[in-house]
Design a protein around this ligand. Structure first.
Ligand SMILES: NC(=O)C1=CN([C@@H]2O[C@H](COP(=O)(O)OP(=O)(O)OC[C@H]3O[C@@H](n4cnc5c(N)ncnc54)[C@H](OP(=O)(O)O)[C@@H]3O)[C@@H](O)[C@H]2O)C=CC1
Ligand SMILES: O=C(O)[C@H](O)COP(=O)(O)O
Length: 495
């Protein structure tokens, strides 16, 4: 009996890429190793696709696009609902891959797959209504015009959408791009993050098994540093949807006349006012700052607390940091090894810089390989890198401020402006602070978060271009087409 995922793997053990409805091996004969973050040893291999294979994948996507766009909207929705069911029925191997290649906790890995199925289903539902709606305009609303023109505006697909997600949500941040793109009648080329590529490969099999026609969804693998530029500057790309770090800034500079959706890094601040509920705040700093070892663009990455409540808050948070579980993803630990040695070195550099400049470490700094024990740093000052840079690790710095204005100024001085949060019992004050914070989202009395996935999600300044969230992503994946009906005589002339 053959298993659901058998065909995605070659006899060599290397995972295949997916082009024009077929699982294939690269003619390069080369693989890219995926390292298990816990051991730094190779756990999987994916194909190192060649430029010629990238060309053929784009050609397949372009060729399939017209017929896909002509497939009725309800039918495209039907395919997506099928994918949702198939993904959930075959979730465990996909979740296992996540655990092995990005060291996400076992339970959270499964949650990512289920959440992704839900996202696909919601996109199908939202899409049939939103994409089916257009606009009708009569000419006589504009000065000097009579009613002799009827303008019909509708939403049409962009063409081929290139989707590039990051390592921390290789499945969820892939489908958040793929589902709206497909629903809107586009075809898709995905380039998954190298760490996370096997989970993404499993995910594509759900589309294949749902019978999505050849060429509609395609997957190429290889290191971003090797094939990334070739992909993003390819002549057949009609839209780029990217989530990741600074790479996004350079993609923006290189990409030509194509719409771009960018979700980049964050330095999400948590402003704690004097009247904040400190228990609630501490709980949210822990959840927001340390879940998945702080490797979330929406993680709390800086606490800006009013001096009068700082001692109490730091002590409450610090106690909870001491209690966090540290270890293996298989054991569902909150703190697991960070994605790579270079990432662990970078995080360590930030901690050492702060320590050398006088920050107080509330926990002894400890690291074994890529596993970094969680640490809260008090008395961080603006001279320290940690006050401005994104660690993407289990490290939360605390800056003590004299006024709420000082906290807002710090927040707005950073080029990263994804999310932020404010804690106060006074809702009027919280709204004033929220309005003053120039970030894509502000959470009041809760930690930053992207979900639920239908909420608009966007970064200001260097944190992004455009907005995600299911409806906004559907809007991103279409262009407006108008058809004007010119009448011989103005309407309303009879009767
Ligand atoms: N705002 C948001 O929604 C989110 C932002 N992020 C941010 O992402 C970063 C961490 O994720 P990480 O995966 O390390 O980010 P990277 O920017 O390093 O990588 C993101 C993706 O880009 C690919 N890539 C690398 N080089 C190129 C290139 N030249 N052209 C095209 N694609 C390329 C990577 O492939 P490969 O792996 O092969 O190098 C990967 O698929 C953090 O800064 C984090 O804040 C993360 C999640 C959400
Ligand atoms: O990649 C990220 O970090 C996410 O976009 C954050 O998603 P979450 O807030 O749902 O964890």
């Amino acid at each position: 009996m053959t298993g659901f995922y058998d065909e995605i793997k070659a006899s060599s053990g290397m995972y295949k890429f997916y082009s024009n409805g077929e699982w294939m091996e690269s003619t390069s004969g080369k693989g890219v190793s995926i390292l298990n973050p816990a051991s730094n040893e190779s756990v999987y291999q994916v194909q190192a696709c060649t430029q010629k294979e990238v060309d053929s994948v784009f050609e397949a996507a372009k060729k399939a696009q017209k017929a896909w766009a002509r497939t009725p909207l309800w039918k495209r929705a039907e395919y997506l609902h099928k994918v949702d069911g198939i993904m959930k029925d075959n979730a465990q191997p996909m979740a296992d891959a996540l655990m092995n290649e990005v060291a996400k906790g076992a339970k959270d890995s499964l949650t990512e797959v289920i959440r992704s199925g839900d996202l696909i289903a919601y996109t199908a539902e939202e899409g049939v209504r939103y994409l089916g709606e257009g606009m009708l305009l009569n000419s006589d609303s504009f000065p000097g015009q009579d009613r002799s023109k009827l303008c019909m505006a509708s939403k049409v697909p962009l063409g081929v959408v290139l989707c590039i997600p990051p390592f921390n949500y290789p499945v969820n941040l892939a489908v958040s791009k793929i589902a709206p793109a497909l629903m809107a009648g586009n075809t898709v080329v995905i380039k998954p993050p190298t760490q996370g590529a096997v989970a993404a490969t499993h995910m594509v099999q759900a589309f294949h098994k749902a019978g999505v026609p050849p060429g509609v969804i395609n997957l190429v693998t290889g290191r971003g540093s090797e094939i990334g530029d070739y992909l993003t500057t390819h002549a057949l790309v009609n839209c780029i949807s990217f989530t990741g770090g600074d790479t996004g800034l350079s993609i923006c500079k290189k990409a030509g006349m194509v719409p771009i959706q960018m979700e980049l890094g964050g330095k999400d601040v948590c402003i704690v006012c004097e009247d904040a509920d400190l228990e609630l705040t501490a709980k949210n700093i822990i959840k927001g700052g340390f879940s998945y070892s702080g490797q979330r663009c929406t993680a709390v990455k800086l606490v800006l607390v009013l001096e009068s409540v700082a001692d109490k808050l730091v002590s409450m948070v610090s106690k909870q940091v001491d209690g966090l579980s540290v270890g293996k993803p298989e054991d569902n630990c909150t703190i697991t090894p960070v994605i790579s040695k270079s990432s662990a070195d970078f995080i360590e550099g930030l901690v050492k810089d702060a320590e050398a400049k006088g920050a107080k470490l509330m926990q002894k700094y400890r690291r074994e390989g890529n596993l970094i024990w969680p640490v809260l740093l008090d008395h961080v000052t603006p001279e320290m890198r940690l006050a401005w840079e994104e660690p993407f690790g289990p490290v939360v710095p605390v800056v003590r401020v004299k006024t709420v204005e000082e906290a807002i100024d710090h927040c707005n001085a950073n080029n990263l402006a994804l999310q932020g949060c404010v804690f106060s019992r006074d809702i009027d004050q919280a709204i004033r602070v929220s309005d003053a914070m120039e970030t894509g989202t502000v959470q009041i009395n809760g930690a930053p978060a992207r979900g639920p996935d239908h909420f608009p999600f966007q970064g200001f300044r260097d944190s992004g271009i455009g907005s995600q969230g299911i409806k906004n992503s559907l809007a991103m994946m279409v262009k407006t087409k108008t058809t004007v009906l010119n009448l011989k005589t103005p309407s309303y002339t009879l009767g």
